[in-house]
Design a protein around this ligand. Structure first.
Ligand SMILES: [Zn+2]
Length: 264
């Protein structure tokens, strides 16, 4: 349940996000309406096969609020890459930076395999709730064994994102991951035009690990629909990310931190 001020904050966040999109859309014109979004790229790790794992930051590198979006962790679920790529052209809401990783599992995305080049499901390889698993959910020889998992852990611990969004397919639901701010997730779902769903906790997932190492912050999964996303659907996901980015440092975020007094 969300308070009235919370709802107002959500509306304001959506309006700010829409304004950001309008600015992004106007950048192609000659009008000097706004400075182009500042972008900064770096390599944050390498895959088993040596492919660089690239991070692109949109907005102020030193912004107080950071929203991390990972386009592809399962190589058979690549629709989210269109979303992270589109976000590069968006304007981050004031005071927020977007941290964009197209493909954490760059080898799997290139090969079209769920797992990485070792056949490990990276979303079962994180060291919270890890269990030995084989088959398509193979969790690796030990928790955090894979270089892609290490890269993600280093990045998350360095940036301490207020919100992390992991894009998957094909459930067509936004997942209410334990530990994440449900109001934020519901805002994302509403702007994206999606429904929410609760899943039983899975072993060794990225969101479960983040909930433990960054309590009071929000990491959640967006299960996109199957297939390639049409342009209008990409735009809706972009608006949803920007709405959450605008919201994460407002009263909603502050309230959420109050609800988690153990937060660092
Ligand atoms: Zn997945």
């Amino acid at each position: 349940m969300r308070s009235r001020p919370g709802r107002r904050a959500a509306r304001a966040a959506e309006a700010a996000a829409a304004a950001g999109l309008a600015v992004a859309a106007s950048l192609g014109s000659a009008a000097p309406a706004a400075a182009p979004p500042s972008r900064h790229g770096e390599t944050v790790g390498h895959t088993v096969r040596g492919r660089p794992i690239r991070l692109v930051v949109v907005g102020d590198r030193g912004a107080a609020r950071r929203v991390l979006v990972v386009g592809c962790i399962h190589g058979t679920e690549r629709a989210g890459i269109a979303v992270t790529r589109a976000l590069r052209g968006a304007a981050a809401p004031a005071g927020a930076a977007l941290l964009l990783v197209d493909a954490l599992n760059a080898d799997g995305c290139a090969a079209g395999t769920r797992g990485n080049a070792h056949g490990v499901d990276l979303n079962r390889n994180f060291p919270v709730g890890w269990r030995p698993l084989s088959g398509i959910y193979a969790s690796g020889p030990r928790p955090g064994s894979e270089p892609e998992t290490s890269a993600a852990r280093r990045l998350v611990l360095r940036e301490r994102p207020d919100v992390t969004i992991w894009l998957h397919q094909h459930m067509d639901r936004v997942l209410l991951d334990p530990g994440a701010d449900r109001a934020l997730i519901r805002t994302y779902a509403r702007v994206a035009g999606m429904r929410t769903r609760v899943l039983a906790p899975l072993p060794g997932t990225a969101t479960r690990w983040e909930a433990e190492v960054l309590p009071g912050r929000s990491a959640f999964v967006v299960e996109l629909p199957a297939g390639r996303l049409p342009a209008a659907a990409v735009a809706r996901q972009v608006r949803a990310v920007l709405a959450v980015a605008a919201l994460s440092g407002t009263s909603q975020g502050a309230l959420s931190r109050l609800r988690h007094p153990h937060a660092p």
